[in-house]
Ligand binder design. Structure first.
Ligand code: BTN
Length: 288
């Protein structure tokens, strides 16, 4: 039997020490290594694990990102974490889940001192244009024979420190670690516990009230509205326009040069300029 994971053990201890009532509902599986915490979570779901089973691994050998990309996850350099959710509402209503998780991650990271973070649609957390964290939500099945019944898996990866040999070349200029932002290695137990508490609150708000209020919170944490962007679809098609807002499904609303608007469900977005040509303002609810 392998040793329990160090990072998951720290998060579990911090969560247990918190007075948060939801802590008692969470079961943290602290692994030293796995292929992907999303995969481990899926296996646990298949075996009947309850909602709020959380998998945290010190290292992922096959961490993955959005659109089939690799997610570099070296030992002790990040918080690699997945949560099993078994929503009471139809999965279709959880469309904006990844954006809700981005809001929760923004809140938790801000609370541990990472000032100046912003969310880039759909759910990247950036600091000065460099990526600190990414989110991968998956809803296995129901088509596949081995799919667990009606569940969602929310995976989040947060870079905590720069790997000893640096970030992989493919992301070196675009990635940042929390340690670089705050100037010290974070209290990862506290960060993980805060993150899980924020995710819990956001997830239940989404089920109870829908995306309306959370959408405002998301908009208050992005700086991309009003900027000219290029959206590249998973198939490689590109569309340019001004990022106008997000809708109640969490889709990006782009205003094209013709004046028409289109909604984009899944894409990579690059900002073509940093100056807003048609500024779009949003009420900021809090400074987080
Ligand atoms: C992205 O920005 O492309 C999403 C990255 C998501 C990475 C996390 S790390 C924990 C979980 N396990 C994975 O294999 N991926 C997610």
């Amino acid at each position: 039997m392998s040793q329990p994971g160090r990072i998951g053990t720290l998060v579990a201890a911090s969560l247990a020490a918190s007075s948060a009532p939801e802590a008692a509902l969470m079961r943290i599986s602290a692994l030293s290594e796995t292929s992907s915490t999303n995969d481990s979570c899926r296996e646990m779901a298949l075996a009947g694990a309850p909602e709020w089973t959380v998998v945290i691994a010190d290292v992922q050998s096959k961490g993955r990102g959005r659109l089939g990309r690799e997610w570099s996850s070296p030992a002790g350099c990040g918080l690699w974490c997945s949560v099993l959710l078994r929503p009471a509402v139809p999965l279709a209503r959880l469309g904006p889940l990844a954006l809700v998780i981005a809001v929760g991650a923004h809140q938790a990271l801000t609370a541990v001192g990472a000032a100046g973070l912003e969310i880039k649609w759909p759910n990247d957390l950036l600091w000065r244009g460099r990526k600190l964290a990414g989110i991968l939500t998956e809803t296995p099945g129901p088509g596949a024979a081995d799919a667990p019944p009606r569940c969602a898996i929310a995976g989040i990866g947060i870079n905590l420190r720069v790997p000893p040999l640096g970030f992989p070349e493919s992301i070196a200029g675009n990635a940042v670690a929390l340690e670089e932002i705050t100037g010290e290695f974070p209290d990862v137990g506290r960060l993980g516990a805060l993150l899980l508490q924020q995710l819990y609150a956001g997830y239940h708000q989404l089920q109870r009230e829908g995306f309306g209020g959370l959408r405002e919170q998301w908009l208050a944490r992005t700086k991309m509205m009003g900027l000219t962007v290029t959206a590249t679809s998973p198939g490689g098609d590109t569309l340019g326009g001004i990022a106008e807002t997000i809708d109640l499904d969490g889709q990006l609303v782009l205003r094209l040069e013709s004046g028409a608007t289109v909604t984009v469900a899944a894409a990579d977005v690059t900002l073509r300029q940093t100056q807003a040509t048609h500024p779009v303002t949003h009420r900021v609810r809090d400074g987080g």
